[in-house]
Design a protein around this ligand. Structure first.
Ligand code: MG
Ligand code: MG
Length: 299
């Protein structure tokens, strides 16, 4: 694995955590409320409805870390190992938890089946927000293997075609960027094909949409608009979180992809310094371990 791919993996993981910490302050707010309070929200301050400490992250980052640990321990992206890791994460009383995630993990406790039945309704963004470790662990594998790994972790809580398509697209975008693809390539090779396959994801026509919800379609539209309409990591994250709504998750997903695209040197030092040091360390260590492990990950 090239040094650059490893460094872009770290940038993606730190981008995820930074976007989560930045966005959490304004989660569930409207753009108008954000503007009234901050003019433009640009700093990692904590607070928000979860009353976070400055630099603290939420479920988006901590579920990814739990998934990554399970991949490293199991040597593969395994549905049962993932379900056990998420269940242990839930028992440790995380700062927040999505309703679909909770429902899936309670079902796993009852049935011991790590795969939820297919649902047309559970199209939340919870499987997409935590997919990064699966992407890092399967770099260099076939596209079908990458998609299988994404689904193995996703279906523990979210088993829905729109969630699957978005989750797989994000993982492949991160991998493409780690291997040197630029933003234009991601647009043409990943974002447009997703919208052709599932027209719900068409995003240019939805330019005015603000306040993206946890519905994966609105989340992806906000992330794509912010990513493709800005030119730096910083601009992308500020654009997406100031739309409010599920801002920690749009921030986390945008930060993950933008981190891989723009690389470590593009992340503003003030955001790296503001991030919880233990989380920062865990993201860096795990990113490198997962990229180093992808030669032994099997399916
Ligand atoms: Mg969250
Ligand atoms: Mg959220």
């Amino acid at each position: 694995m090239s040094a650059d791919a490893g460094s872009r993996a770290v940038a993606a993981y730190l981008g995820l955590a930074i976007g989560d910490a930045l966005g959490a302050t304004v989660e569930f707010m409207t753009p108008r409320e954000i503007a009234a309070q901050f003019k433009v929200h640009t700093e990692i301050l904590g607070g928000g409805w979860l009353r976070l400490k400055p630099g603290q992250v939420t479920d988006d980052t901590t579920m990814a870390l739990a998934l990554g640990e399970s991949i490293l321990a199991a040597g593969r992206v395994d549905a049962r190992a993932t379900a056990l890791a998420f269940d242990a994460w839930m028992r440790a009383r995380p700062v927040d938890i999505g309703s679909t995630v909770r429902r899936g993990l309670l079902a796993f406790r009852k049935t011991s089946d790590p795969k939820m039945p297919r649902s047309e309704h559970d199209a939340g963004n919870g499987a997409a927000m935590r997919v990064l470790p699966a992407a890092l662990a399967t770099l260099g594998h076939t596209e079908e293997e990458v998609r299988l790994a994404c689904r193995a972790q996703a279906h523990v809580t979210h088993h829905n075609p729109l969630s699957d398509a978005a989750t797989e697209t994000l993982a492949l975008m991160v991998q493409d960027a780690m291997l040197g693809a630029d933003k234009l390539a991601l647009l043409h090779q990943r974002a447009h094909p997703l919208a052709r396959q599932h027209p719900e994801f068409t995003f240019r026509a939805m330019k005015q949409r603000q306040n993206p919800s946890g519905y994966i379609v609105e989340t992806m539209q906000a992330v794509f608009q912010a990513l493709f309409d800005t030119d730096t990591f910083e601009e992308c994250l500020i654009d997406v979180v100031n739309r409010g709504g599920d801002a920690d998750t749009t921030g986390a997903i945008a930060g993950m992809v933008a981190g891989a695209v723009y690389g470590l040197t593009a992340i503003p030092p003030r955001w790296l310094e503001a991030l919880d040091p233990a989380i920062k360390q865990a993201c860096e260590t795990q990113a490198r371990a997962l990229v180093g492990a992808n030669s032994f990950v099997r399916f």
